[in-house]
Design a protein around this ligand. Structure first.
Ligand code: WAQ
Ligand code: MG
Length: 239
C-alpha cells in the first residue's frame, strides 16, 4: 500500500493459501492495510497468482529471545552474532547503517558478506521475499510452539516464516532485521546456524528506522538467490 502525501510505500504482506481461502486472506490483508499505524493508504495493491509448481518444505528456525535492555547493547549483540557466522566487520557496519537509517526500503538489501557491497539491482525497492507460508500440517504445531513462549502473534509468525525461507536459500549466510514500525522495537538476527535470535530494544520507541539485510556468501550466484527469494514457493514446516 502507499500513503497519500508523499508516494511512499507504507507496508506490504504476502502469503500462500488455497483457492478456498483467497477471499478471507485478501480481506484480512486489506483490513490490515487500512488499519496500519504508520499511515492511511491512498492506494492498496492486491496481487493474486496461481502457483505453478508445488511449494518446497523447509524447516522452521528455532526461536530464542535474548536479554537486551538497550540499543547500544543490541548493536554489540548484532555484531557478535554476525561475526560468528563469518560476516566481515565492514559488511556488518554497512548493514547497521542501512537498518538504522530513516530512509526505509520496501524490501531487503542483499549484501556481500565479505566486501559489504550491495548486490540488489534496485536499491530503493530492495529484494522482496514472497511466495511463502506455513505448511498446513504445521499450522497448529507452530502456533502451539510460539504460544508456549508467549510469542504467538501474526507479526512474529510472519517474520519467523520469512526468516526461515531466507535461511533456507542456498548462498545466504545470515539476515538482520529491524521493523520499520515506530512502536515495534524487537528485531532479530537469523541464520541456519544461529536460528532466529530475537533482540529486544534493537531500536528506541518512536524511531522510524528499520530494514532488512540478507548477507550473501562471496561468489554466490546472485540471480539464483533473487529468483529463490522472490519466486520460489516455500512452506515452512515443523515436521
Ligand atoms: N521481503 C524483504 N524485505 C521485507 C519484506 C519482504 N517480504 N517485508 C518487509 N521487508 C523489509 C522492509 O525493508 C521493511 O522496512 C523491513 O523489512 C521491516 O519490515 O520476533 O515487523 O514488516 O518479535 O516492519 C521482526 C521481529 C519484526 C518479530 C519485523 O518487519 C519478533 C517486522 P516490517
Ligand atoms: Mg512494517
Amino acid at each position: 500500500m502507499r500513503s497519500a502525501l508523499k508516494r511512499t510505500h507504507v507496508s506490504g504482506a504476502e502469503t500462500l493459501c488455497t483457492e478456498e481461502e483467497i477471499s478471507t486472506v485478501a480481506l484480512s490483508f486489506i483490513e490490515r492495510a487500512l488499519g496500519h499505524p504508520k499511515a492511511t493508504p491512498s492506494e492498496i495493491f492486491l496481487t493474486i497468482e496461481r502457483l505453478r509448481g508445488k511449494p518446497s518444505l523447509v524447516p522452521v528456525l528455532p526461536v530464542k529471545t535474548l536479554e537486551c535492555p538497550s540499543t547500544n547493547l543490541a548493536k554489540k549483540i548484532i555484531s557478535e552474532l554476525l561475526s560468528r557466522v563469518g560476516i566481515s566487520k565492514r559488511a556488518i557496519n554497512k548493514a547497521l547503517r542501512i537498518v538504522y537509517s530513516k530512509a526505509t526500503m520496501r524490501g531487503a538489501s542483499l549484501m556481500d558478506a565479505l566486501t559489504g557491497k550491495r548486490l540488489e539491482p534496485d536499491k530503493d525497492r530492495g529484494i522482496r521475499v514472497t511466495r511463502l507460508g506455513i505448511d498446513p500440517a504445521s499450522v497448529k504445531d507452530l502456533s502451539d510452539m510460539l504460544s508456549a513462549m508467549g510469542l504467538n502473534t501474526l507479526r512474529i509468525r510472519e517474520a519467523l516464516v520469512l526468516a526461515s525461507k531466507v535461511a533456507s536459500c542456498p548462498g545466504i549466510v545470515a539476515e538482520l532485521c529491524i521493523s520499520d514500525d515506530p512502536d515495534y522495537t524487537t528485531g532479530y538476527v537469523a541464520s541456519r546456524h544461529l536460528g532466529y535470535q530475537r533482540i529486544p530494544n534493537i531500536k528506541t520507541k518512536g524511531s522510524l528506522s528499520g530494514g532488512r539485510v540478507f548477507f550473501v556468501r562471496a561468489g554466490a550466484d546472485v540471480e539464483r538467490i533473487i529468483n529463490y527469494l522472490e519466486k520460489r514457493p516455500v512452506l515452512v514446516s515443523l515436521k
